[in-house]
Write a protein that binds this ligand. Structure first.
Ligand SMILES: [Ca+2]
Ligand SMILES: [Ca+2]
Ligand SMILES: [Ca+2]
Length: 481
């Protein structure tokens, strides 16, 4: 048997028969017909057609049992709200009361049930906004404006409020079941991306259980709600699938949900899309705005070898010099070689960054070999660095850095646009304690790295420095703008 869905439910039922009466002699309203629905094995509606006066359904009367008609409809209307199974199994019950002459007769030509129901609504995911998480039914600080892609750090929690505009029919409470899905954006748009997965307790984007907020709690208006073109009707805070509407929504109004999520194992640089879909096919859901986040990571500096393996104890060897009593000597080193590339990575900052070098132990540092020392930040003398100056130490010496001599290579697929090498400079105690090696402007790529080699270092070694292997610890620092 083919059944017809009643979607959002039955609003009215009418059962009726098309019947005629033939009555032999006297026209009395004593021959009658009853028509009822049988639901779940029982007659429902007015079944008292045998009583007098008869509230049932009398047929037309004529003056001869051989002269039937005319036929007419006799009906009963029900206000009962039946469920789908009851509607699928409806039966019509027809009865007659024949009183008086036995040749009085009733004929039934047709019987039918007219079920009036409400079609399903249509939903359009029409607005969203991404926020920081809070342990509250209201979301935290907005991360972006309405319908705007937001950065979400890897491993962080976040919230999304999504609006679905109802159209066609009003949306009755509890009709249909829906769920939230995500996918990595693997095509030009979320709409054409594949691999959608239900949000669960596993995967790149997971549900976040806020301890103080029960899953499914009612939500209210928030000052930072997504902007919508229709009246917002607030539904639920969700930490799980599936969900339906606890509050009815008229057509052209917008159902608002608040989803608590965690970007647990997202990959920095990858975009992720979120959408509401219908679970059981009961509602058509379209998407004019998919929720979209960009997963961010960290930024940093390191030295790597040719296989991109980090060099844990990088160093720069300077050219050798012999002990001199006649004057100062210039030695040279190279920061960044093919075996020790200075790698700068940025998986987060949007406004650019700066990388600088300074002495690990601060401006009072000196080159040291056992008890012997000489200076790295004293410009005094001619040439500079050949005499001790006004700084608190008693040694001479001067280290110059020439970043402009360097070479920049970007990660494959990235560019060096917006990346600049620093100007040549020397350390000068209390004045120039850090020297910029490279900077990036806001037009520089994100989710990229850049390898820098061939930055020239020159150290002026003063005269009469005893023989030794002198070292100076330096630190390279990246700062996001
Ligand atoms: Ca919770
Ligand atoms: Ca000094
Ligand atoms: Ca000095």
């Amino acid at each position: 048997m083919t059944t017809t869905p009643v979607y959002q439910g039955v609003t009215a039922i009418e059962v009726r028969v098309f019947a005629a009466l033939g009555q032999q002699v006297l026209v009395l309203a004593d021959d009658r017909i009853g028509v009822n629905l049988e639901v779940d094995g029982s007659l429902v509606g007015d079944t008292t057609y045998l009583a007098l006066p008869n509230p049932g359904l009398s047929v037309l009367q004529t003056c001869s049992s051989t002269d039937f008609g005319p036929y007419g409809w006799r009906e009963q209307t029900y206000a009962n709200v039946l469920n789908q199974t009851q509607v699928d199994n409806l039966r019509i019950f027809i009865a007659r009361q024949q009183t008086g002459l036995v040749s009085d007769a009733i004929r039934v030509a047709q019987a039918e049930v007219i079920v009036t129901y409400t079609d399903p609504p249509s939903l359009e995911q029409s607005a969203y906004r991404i926020y920081q998480n809070t342990d509250s039914p209201s979301p935290g600080t907005p991360l972006q404006a309405t319908n705007t892609v937001a950065d979400v750090p890897q491993g962080s929690d976040f919230r999304v409020r999504i609006g679905t505009t109802v159209s066609g029919e009003d949306w009755s409470v509890g009709y249909g079941s829906n769920k939230l899905q995500y996918t990595a954006k693997n095509d030009t748009s979320c709409a054409t991306s594949s691999g959608w997965t239900d949000v669960s307790s596993l995967g790149a984007i997971q549900w976040k259980d806020n301890a103080s907020v029960a899953d499914g709690v009612s939500i209210a208006a928030d000052v930072n709600d997504p902007a919508t073109s229709g009246t917002k009707i607030y539904q639920q805070y969700r930490e799980s699938n599936d969900f339906t509407n606890p509050v009815s929504i008229d057509a052209l109004e917008v159902a608002i949900w608040d989803f608590s999520l965690s970007a647990t194992t997202v990959e920095p640089g990858m975009s992720y899309c979120l959408r509401i879909v219908n679970v059981d096919g009961s509602i058509n859901v379209s998407h004019s705005y998919y929720v979209e986040i960009i997963a961010t990571g960290e930024y940093g500096v390191a030295f790597v070898d040719e296989a991109s393996v980090e060099v844990l104890a990088p160093s720069v060897a300077f050219s050798g010099a012999s002990v001199s009593t006649s004057g100062c000597q210039l030695t040279t080193g190279v920061l960044g070689t093919s075996a020790e590339k200075l790698r700068i990575s940025n998986d987060v900052a949007t406004n650019g960054w700066s990388v600088s070098i300074s002495a690990t132990d601060g401006q009072a540092s000196q080159w040291t070999s056992g008890d012997e020392k000489y200076d790295f930040n004293d410009l005094t003398g001619s040439p500079p660095g050949c005499s001790d100056g006004a700084d608190a130490d008693t040694t001479a010496g001067y280290l110059g850095v020439a970043p402009l001599a360097g070479q920049i290579t970007s990660k494959p697929g990235c560019s060096t646009t917006g990346i600049s090498l620093g100007s040549s400079a020397g350390f000068e105690q209390g004045i120039t304690d850090a020297i910029t090696l490279a900077t990036a402007s806001s037009v520089a790529d994100r989710f990229c790295y850049w390898d820098i080699t061939d930055i020239v270092l020159q150290q002026q070694i003063p005269s009469t420095v005893p023989a030794g292997s002198y070292g100076l610890d330096m630190t390279i620092t990246i700062t996001a703008f």
